[in-house]
Design a binder for this molecule. Structure first.
Ligand code: FES
Length: 103
């Protein structure tokens, strides 16, 4: 089982933002909402478009290309045209660091 690894400093992921990072070649988008930081695969499941270019709306991220929305916790699609989920990763804040586990 893989361990959590640092992908960003918390100050570089301000509340209300989407920030792209990479871990072992995996493209990940961090989403900071309230006290939580979420981590999802940084690609819409509809077409190849980065969710990090999207918009945060509550606990969902909207893909701005065609308007699909995904649950930040589960990656479940909440609005068409996407019908497949986006992969999610465990994420946590440790002190001043954002850590993700991709294994
Ligand atoms: S590429 Fe994201 S909704 Fe179409």
């Amino acid at each position: 089982m893989s361990d959590f690894r640092t992908v960003a400093r918390l100050e570089d992921v301000p509340p209300g933002t989407l920030v792209p990072v990479e871990l072992d070649g995996e493209k990940i988008v961090l989403a900071h909402v309230g006290e939580r930081v979420y981590a999802l695969h940084d690609q819409c499941s509809h077409e190849e478009y980065p969710l990090s270019s999207g918009e945060l709306v509550g606990d969902q991220v909207t893909c701005v290309l065609h308007g699909a929305r995904f649950d930040l916790e589960t990656g479940t699609p909440r609005a068409l045209p996407a019908v497949r989920p986006v992969k999610t990763y465990q994420a946590r804040v440790e002190g001043e660091e954002v850590q993700v586990r991709i294994g």
